[in-house]
Ligand binder design. Structure first.
Ligand SMILES: C=C1C[C@]23C[C@H]1CC[C@H]2[C@]1(C)CCC[C@@](C)(C(=O)O)[C@H]1[C@@H]3C(=O)O
Ligand SMILES: O=C(O)CCC(=O)C(=O)O
Length: 299
């Protein structure tokens, strides 16, 4: 199963290429049914101009060992910061290892993602994202767009760091999926907390790499909002003209992504698509438009 779990910091509604549509979607994305049918509905077809080649070339992004941050190894941090700066000035992507997020927690997040996307369609639709909202289930965004639909299911929810005991994610899962999903909520509560901690380490490293006060971005984003998003990309028989997620930039400040072994994330740089190779022990970090526009451009 191709899926990924990602946390997006400080988000803003993104500008979409797809056509917005009215509130009464005719199309419901039943991936099990669609996989049995031969034809892909026209709503999922993307024009050749949108299509990416299945590139064989990998991005040569920096792989940063975060042990250096825990050890306060200033010399190693300076070298890493230089690589991060170069990446930020070119495409904004790098990967981090020894990130401090328990691999068992990442594995549990995938297991719970399987649980969510394997629920009966009626159950998933009972938790569907409300118009204009972020949280909830979405089947190909069929309630939002009428063409160039992404061949994916998503489940998203907010996370806001609180110093006091925090059960907001657990409460969300219980409220939309029922008490029987308390365990799922617990896993994602812990996952969001771990991502928040990591995001602040990233803000420190980014500040160093961009030559501003080391705590500047960290203090700015301390009370930032996040979106947690699970992406599931169902198998597709004739996927030559479909996309799991269309070409885009992230309108957020920071994205922390774990992609499974199938991979599929690609960047368009110097007029060609390059693959971000999945590394199970790593997390993919990318700065988004909000960070680029407000933190880098003014430099
Ligand atoms: C803030 C966000 C909106 C989207 C999810 C996050 C970051 C990227 C955005 C998105 C993935 C860009 C492509 C289109 C989109 C509709 C999608 O395919 O999911 C976007 C997300 C969204 O608006 O839900
Ligand atoms: O699923 C992925 O690998 C990335 C998806 C993505 O870019 C997004 O949801 O913003």
């Amino acid at each position: 199963m191709n899926s990924c779990v990602e946390t997006l910091l400080q988000y803003h509604p993104s500008q979409q290429q797809q056509q917005p549509k009215d509130e009464n979607p005719a199309l419901v994305f039943d991936s099990n049914l669609l996989q049995k049918q031969g034809e892909v509905p026209k709503e999922f077809l993307w024009s050749l101009g949108d299509m990416v080649s299945t590139t064989q070339e990998d991005l040569k992004e920096p792989i940063i060992d975060l042990e250096i941050m825990r050890n306060n190894d200033d010399e190693a941090i300076a070298i890493a910061a230089k690589h991060v700066r170069e990446a930020c000035m070119k495409h904004g992507f790098f990967q981090v290892i020894n990130h401090g997020v328990d691999q068992n927690l990442i594995h549990a997040a995938y297991n719970e993602s399987d649980t969510i996307f394997n629920l009966p369609l009626s159950k998933k639709m009972s938790a569907k994202r409300k118009s204009g909202g972020v949280s909830g289930y979405s089947g190909a965004h069929a309630d939002r767009y009428s063409s160039k639909l992404p061949w994916k299911e998503t489940f998203s929810f907010h996370y806001h760091h609180q110093k006091s005991s925090n059960t907001q994610v657990i409460d969300y899962f219980k409220s939309v999926l029922g008490e029987e999903h308390q365990q799922t909520g617990w896993v994602y509560q812990k996952y969001c907390e771990a991502m928040k901690r990591l995001s602040l380490v990233m803000m420190e490293l980014l500040a160093i790499s961009l030559g501003v006060d080391r705590l500047h971005y960290k203090s700015f984003f301390e009370d930032g909002d996040s979106i947690m998003r699970c992406n599931y990309y169902p198998p597709c028989k004739s996927c030559s003209h479909t996309l799991g997620t269309g070409p885009h930039t992230d309108p957020t400040s920071l994205t922390i992504l774990h992609q499974d072994q199938v991979g599929g994330l690609e960047l368009f740089i110097d007029n060609k698509w390059l693959a971000v190779r999945p590394r199970p022990e790593a997390l993919v970090i990318n700065i988004g438009d909000t960070f680029m526009d407000n933190m880098i451009s003014p430099l």
